[in-house]
Design a protein around this ligand. Structure first.
Ligand code: GCB
Length: 593
């Protein structure tokens, strides 16, 4: 799915700003057709942002159910004759959209974009009312899953993942145009052989008029043409190629043009990084060279605006990644804003791109279900219906992110149950679909500690081993010597059983900034630093380990719980991005080169 761009043939404007807003705990809005008139109440809400923390109101923070957003927009008169599209970069977790009185879109999934062709609904030169209802409820068939419990005090959302269930319009909303005959999709795949690069391209065209021709031109970073071709698909060859590589996000531009009767009818420009990715035994290769991942599992999470995208924070976070010497991150535990992937492409940061399939593991939360432990996979819990949503989440992730050179690996789930036959059956078609959609990238999932190498049945479906390990925190708490022994035994077992690259996608310890101790005391800054050093000693002893991603880059919000002190404190930066001692430990190790 192509992002809106601005050029001679395409226009765009964001609808970011303050929208009218109303939560709807009783679900009255649908019956009363709230899209037909200004929303009740006088609350305004910024877009993009999570709505939860903007107002100091527990009824909004802990709201369960639908919430309405509305704005008015004048469509420029100059857009007459163009195709007009309304696009939401994210609406968490599902949404229905109306333009004036007409429903134009409905979408499931909180972290991937959707759009509607509204050409026949809006009137250029006139105002239109745009109304969106977003629903933050997680159910057994949503990704991520959850369930709503009815209590005497009202609905309560329960879920099996460890971050706050922020909701709302988290990313920009766009109104944009394309010509009627337009480029509707572009897919590129790149190759390298010596000093020659190749770009396979495939262009989809919609609204086709007779005689439309496709021309593609590849330009280098100075704008100089390096290759061209005609036809909707083909291969471009680049001699003396300048590859995209970690640390150096060199990008070419692919200009895709449609020509009609001797004149240009549309142009779409796409950034292209020429690089290869491969798994070879226990090595992870980028451009044929072994790559060692250093960095973090992160979160889109900030004070007040929650998961709302913001360029200031993005640029600052990337600067901190650079300062600390990180070369990569995982979009734990959902697809991040496309702005972040574009920026990673330009910065040469390597990305493991993850779906929002987190918390598919009921073995972890038996206690909450009135003591009755339910099976993870069953008709009543994670079922075929969940798998259908999960498949769609994979399709939308690949459709959105397939062209980003920074993305080198798909992670189709975080810490699901993976030691049962049911889990294997659940995951087989998901791996197959990810590979069918993108034969060019390895596919994996993230294994959790309770499912060690001898028991996990899903890793054999994956191209790499990705494991989260908390020796020294959740087990052997405070005993780093015992943790070191356990960690080494665990990693060696994975290495000998699977002969695949091992990425430790999470390791870390909760740390309250400012807490200190001269002896190893969990929760102190010194303990976090010592624990990280211990893991690094072990990683350096096990050759198959090709990745170290600390959990987490920064402290983040979670639901309330006795294991959490105003959220998860495993960040090496605080939530407002102040370094803890562990940040300097990492900087010393990762900035060595
Ligand atoms: C994990 C999860 C992550 C949690 C983390 C923790 O394994 O993948 O979402 O936040 O542990 O801190 O417990």
């Amino acid at each position: 799915m192509l992002r809106p761009i601005l050029n001679t043939w395409r226009d765009r404007r964001t609808l970011n700003g303050l929208w009218r807003f109303a939560t709807d705990p009783g679900g009255a809005g649908r019956n009363q057709k709230w899209w037909r008139a200004p929303l009740p109440g006088r609350v305004e809400m910024p877009v993009p942002a999570s709505y939860n923390d903007v107002l100091p109101d527990p009824a909004i923070r802990d709201h369960v159910g639908e919430a309405w957003y509305q704005t008015d927009v004048v469509v420029p008169a100059s857009w007459a004759g163009e195709r007009v599209v309304l696009r939401f970069d994210a609406a968490t977790h599902r949404a229905v959209v109306w333009v004036d009185d007409e429903q134009v879109a409905a979408h499931e999934g909180g972290y991937t974009p959707f759009e509607a062709d509204v050409t026949g609904v809006v009137r250029p030169g006139r105002a239109s009312r745009i109304t969106v209802v977003v629903d933050n409820r997680l159910a057994w068939d949503s990704i991520p899953p959850g369930y709503v419990e009815q209590t005497p005090e009202g609905s309560r959302q329960r879920y099996y993942h460890d971050f706050f269930n922020y909701a709302g319009l988290h990313r920009p909303v766009w109104l944009y145009t394309t010509p009627v005959t337009h480029v509707s999709d572009v897919t590129v795949g790149t190759g390298l052989a010596g000093t020659t690069g190749t770009v396979d391209y495939d262009v989809a065209i919609a609204g086709i008029a007779d005689g439309v021709e496709t021309h593609v031109v590849l330009r280098d970073a100075t704008g100089t043409e390096v290759a061209r071709a005609a036809g909707p698909s083909g291969t471009l060859t680049v001699s003396e190629v300048h590859p995209w590589r970690p640390g150096e996000g060199y990008l070419y531009t692919l200009d895709v043009e449609l020509w009609n009767g001797g004149s240009r009818a549309d142009r779409y420009s796409l950034n292209v990084g020429i690089r290869t990715v491969a798994v070879d035994g226990t090595r992870f290769l980028i451009n044929g060279e072994p790559f060692h991942f250093t960095g973090f599992g992160m979160h889109e999470d900030h004070a007040v605006r929650g998961k709302g995208h913001d360029d200031v924070s993005m640029v600052h976070d990337f600067a901190l990644l650079d300062w600390i010497g990180a070369n990569s991150f995982r979009t734990s535990h959902y697809p991040y804003a496309e702005e972040i992937l574009d920026y990673a492409d330009r910065k040469g940061l390597v990305v493991i791109d993850e779906t929002a399939a987190v918390g598919l593991n009921l073995g972890l939360g038996g206690g909450i279900l009135q003591g009755a432990k339910r099976p993870t996979f069953s008709e009543e819990t994670i079922s075929d219906a969940t798998r259908r949503t999960h498949l769609q989440a994979i399709r939308e992730l690949v459709a959105r992110d397939k062209n980003h050179p920074s993305v080198v690996l798909w992670s189709i789930a975080n810490e699901p149950e993976s030691h049962t036959e049911e889990s294997k059956k659940y995951f087989e078609p998901l791996f197959a679909e990810a590979r069918r959609l993108d034969p060019g990238r390895p596919v994996g999932f993230v294994n959790m500690m309770l499912s060690p190498s001898g028991e996990c049945l899903v890793t054999e479906l994956a191209d790499v081993v990705m494991i989260n390990r908390y020796f020294g925190w959740y087990t052997q708490t405070g005993d780093l010597a015992a943790a070191e022994r356990e960690l080494e035994a665990d990693l060696r077992a994975w290495a000998s059983r699977h002969r695949k690259p091992i990425l430790v996608t999470e390791y870390g310890a909760d740390t309250v900034a400012g807490l200190h101790s001269v002896v190893p005391q969990p929760w102190t800054e010194e303990y976090q630093a010592e624990l990280l050093e211990m893991y690094h000693r072990v990683f350096d002893r096990v050759e198959a380990v090709v990745g170290e991603h600390v959990w987490n880059f920064a402290d983040f919000a979670t639901s309330a719980g006795v294991f959490r002190v105003e959220g998860n404190k495993k960040g090496v930066f605080t939530r407002d991005r102040k370094p803890k001692a562990g940040a300097f430990t990492l900087r010393r190790r990762w900035s060595r080169a």
